[in-house]
Design a protein around this ligand. Structure first.
Ligand code: ZN
Length: 335
């Protein structure tokens, strides 16, 4: 990528950061490692009608005890915000982000004029990926056992199994009955957490048993539109749930469950966190067309409520609950 493009990309990062700083009170600087790479080669999954634009995640997750007493994994940056002087092994960077170099001609960078119909505003792409790095991501995914989904099941350095959901997962519900998925996580934890890992087959058999005994939400829910939602902190009515993306079939790891529902929100002020990019419009044009509060309010009210629920401070919620660090090996980003 040439220097001029790199400079414009860098400016888009600065602009995206400035937009998010209007919404969130970041207590300290966030360090991002960003690269342009051929993501179709490194991550795979590109098809004729689907190309990966970007990918980002926290560099590391750390275990902390939340308001309800449960231990969950938090992205490095939320861990730092809560425990700025902690001695836990923080990574040099808080967020690791990659953007698809193959799409460089299709990115509309800060300073460019006249967006073309196929271009995507890179400021929006960066702001979207920053949210994943700040913790907008679920750990629920297919387990390998037929029709069973689980939160993260991790084998640590001592060969012990650990069951941990992300802080995002604390607020996920099944919309049919309002059942919080964190209750299912607790069942998996009781049966599996702390056990010594032996074989995949033994683990699968335990997962299957727990799922059957507890009528755990199924992989089918994750490929059924409107079946899974995020009920923001303080809300109790299912109707207040932010619908998560569960319309993709098969389950698309990275997209399913870790975005707001495309059909519900792509034409709303919460467009930023749908899984698909919006082409041919600058973020200001999308904001205007979608009824955002102002043309540079890139974060809609539902996305803001999700981030506040996870403990990111905002002017409306300046003093969120502070979770406590648990002495557990951090989990590194697998990507
Ligand atoms: Zn995304």
């Amino acid at each position: 990528m040439d220097t001029q493009t790199c400079d414009k990309a860098r400016q888009s990062f600065i602009d995206a950061g400035a937009l998010l700083s209007k919404i969130y009170n970041f207590p300290q600087t966030i360090t991002v490692a960003a690269e342009f790479a051929d993501l179709c080669t490194t991550l795979g999954g590109c098809t004729t009608d689907r190309t990966i634009v970007g990918a980002a995640a926290p560099s590391r997750f750390f275990s902390m005890t939340g308001e309800d007493g449960a231990v969950r994994i938090y992205p490095q940056i939320l861990t730092k915000f809560a425990n700025p002087t902690s001695a836990v092994p923080f990574d040099t960077h808080d967020i690791i982000a990659s953007f698809n170099s193959k799409l460089a001609p299709y990115f509309f960078f800060s300073g460019d004029t006249d967006i073309t119909p196929k271009q995507v505003d890179f400021v929006g792409v960066v702001a979207h990926e920053f949210h994943h790095g700040l913790g907008f991501l679920s750990s629920w995914r297919p387990s390998g056992v037929d029709n069973v989904v689980t939160p993260l099941i991790h084998v640590d350095g001592s060969n012990k199994l650990r069951v941990r959901e992300t802080i995002f997962d604390q607020f996920i519900i099944r919309t049919a009955d309002g059942k919080p998925l964190t209750e299912f996580t607790a069942k998996f934890e009781q049966a599996i957490d702390g056990q010594t890992y032996t074989t995949d087959a033994a683990l699968a058999s335990t997962i299957e048993m727990v799922a059957t005994d507890n009528l755990i939400t199924t992989a089918t829910d994750y490929i059924t539109p409107n079946a899974i939602g995020f009920l923001p902190k303080g809300k109790t009515n299912i109707i207040d749930a932010v619908i998560l993306e569960t319309a993709l079939n098969p389950f698309a790891v990275g997209s399913t469950g870790s975005h707001v529902d495309f059909t519900t929100y792509s034409n709303s002020p919460d467009w930023l966190m749908v899984y698909n990019v919006i082409q041919g419009k600058t973020f200001q044009q999308i904001d205007q067309d979608n009824g955002a509060a102002t043309p540079d309010t890139i974060v809609g009210p539902n996305i803001k409520a999700i981030m506040e629920s996870m403990g990111l401070p905002t002017p409306d919620n300046p003093n969120p609950f502070v979770p406590t660090i648990v002495n557990e090996e951090p989990i590194s980003n697998e990507n």
